[in-house]
Design a protein around this ligand. Structure first.
Ligand code: TXA
Ligand code: MG
Length: 316
C-alpha cells in the first residue's frame, strides 16, 4: 500500500475524511501526539489499527469526537463528567465513562469492556477532520507498538509508511505527551498522567484522585485475565469438537456453528472476535462449552489468541 501524504488544506482534510469513510486509516495531528485514526463504528477499520501498529493484544482505544454533545452519544455523563468536560474540553484529557447502550461503537474499541475512553481534542486540524468525517474516530498514538509516540508527520511516516492509507500533516504537536486519562466510572481515578495536571482536576472536583490501574497496567492482573470470559467454558486449539460443544472455526472447518473467518484471515478474525464470543456464549448457554479451532500465531492472530487465552483462563 502507498501511504498518501495530505496537507492540512481544506482539500487535504476532505480527502482524509473520504479515506476514513471508505474504512481506511489516517494518521492525524492532535495537540498531544499524532493519532492513528479509523472509524470507531467499523470493526474491520479498528482491527486494521491493531494490525498496522503490530499490537500483540487488544487494549481499548480512545474515541475522539468533535464536542461534548457527540460524546454524550457514546458515554454516560454524570455531574462530575459534565464539569470536567466543561473545564478541560477541548484539550489533552480523556475520560473513561460507562458505555452507552446501543452506542454503535465496535466492541474492539472498548475491548469488550462496559466503559469507553473518550476525548475532544483541541488541535484545529483534528477538529476539522472530525467535523468533515462526521463520526467517532478510534485513535491510539500513530506509532508501531512499543515505539515512541510521534509528534511530527515525519515520525509517523518513518514508523507506519506502507501500512496505512494516509498521513495528514498538521505540523508539530504542541503538548508532546499523551492526554491525561481520568477514570470516572467509579471513584475519580488517575489512570494515566498526561497533558492536564492531576492537581487541576482535583481542585475542580474537590477530591483527591485515586491511583487507578489502566487496562494496560491493571492493579489486579488476575482481574483482566478472565475479564472477557464468556459464561460458557472455553477450550482452545480444537481440531475435532466434542459432542455438545459449540465449535467456532477459523478457515475451512467441518461442523463449525460459527466462524472467526471462513477464509482464514486473521484481520477478519480480529474484527469479528467480540461479536463471535458473545454469539457463541448465547448458543452454548451458561453451562455449555465452546471450542475454538486453532488461530495461527501470526500478525493479529497473536492478539486474537491472547484474548482467547484470557477467555479460557480459570475463573475465580
Ligand atoms: O493523547 C492521547 O491520548 C493520544 C492521542 C492520539 O489522542 N492517544 C492515545 O491512545 O494515547 P492510546 O491508545 O495509545 O492510549 C489509550 C489508553 C490505553 O492505555 C488504554 O489502556 C486506556 O487508554 N483506555 C482506553 N479505554 C479504556 C477503558 N475503557 N478503561 C481503562 N483504560 C482505557
Ligand atoms: Mg501509545
Amino acid at each position: 500500500m502507498v501511504t498518501e501524504d495530505l496537507t492540512d488544506s481544506p482539500e487535504g482534510i476532505a480527502r482524509a475524511a473520504e479515506v476514513l469513510r471508505g474504512g481506511g486509516l489516517v494518521a492525524f495531528p492532535t495537540e498531544t501526539v499524532y493519532g492513528l485514526g479509523g472509524d470507531a463504528r467499523d470493526d474491520l477499520a479498528v482491527a486494521r489499527i491493531f494490525d498496522a501498529k503490530g499490537r500483540p493484544r487488544f487494549n481499548p482505544l480512545i474515541v475522539h469526537v468533535p464536542d461534548v454533545a457527540a460524546a454524550r452519544g457514546y458515554a454516560l455523563f454524570d455531574d462530575r463528567a459534565e464539569a470536567v468536560a466543561a473545564a478541560f474540553w477541548p484539550g489533552p484529557l480523556t475520560m473513561v465513562l460507562p458505555l452507552r447502550d446501543g452506542s454503535g461503537l465496535s466492541p474492539l474499541v472498548t475491548a469488550g469492556l462496559a466503559t469507553v475512553a473518550i476525548r475532544v481534542p483541541a488541535h484545529p486540524v483534528a477538529r476539522a477532520l472530525l467535523r468533515a468525517f462526521g463520526g467517532p474516530l478510534a485513535a491510539p498514538s500513530a506509532n508501531p507498538s512499543g515505539k515512541v509516540s510521534p509528534t511530527r508527520a515525519a515520525h509517523v511516516r518513518a514508523g507506519l509508511s506502507g501500512r496505512i492509507e494516509a498521513v495528514l500533516d498538521g505540523g508539530a504537536c504542541a503538548v508532546g505527551v499523551e492526554s491525561t486519562i481520568l477514570g470516572l466510572d467509579g471513584a475519580a481515578a488517575l489512570l494515566r498522567p498526561g497533558g492536564v495536571a492531576a492537581e487541576e482536576i482535583e481542585s475542580l472536583l474537590g477530591v483527591a484522585l485515586v491511583a487507578g490501574g489502566s487496562a494496560e497496567k491493571p492493579n489486579a492482573p488476575g482481574q483482566l485475565a478472565s475479564h472477557y470470559a464468556p459464561a460458557a467454558g472455553v477450550r482452545l486449539d480444537v481440531l475435532r469438537p466434542k459432542p455438545g460443544e459449540v465449535f467456532v472455526g477459523f478457515g475451512p472447518c467441518d461442523g463449525a456453528a460459527l466462524t472467526l473467518s471462513e477464509s482464514g484471515d486473521v484481520v477478519e478474525a480480529a474484527a469479528r472476535l467480540f461479536h463471535v464470543l458473545r454469539e457463541a456464549d448465547d448458543l452454548a448457554g451458561p453451562s455449555g462449552r465452546i471450542a475454538f479451532a486453532p488461530v495461527p500465531e501470526v500478525g493479529l492472530g497473536r492478539a486474537v489468541n491472547d484474548r482467547l487465552r484470557r477467555a479460557a483462563a480459570p475463573r475465580r
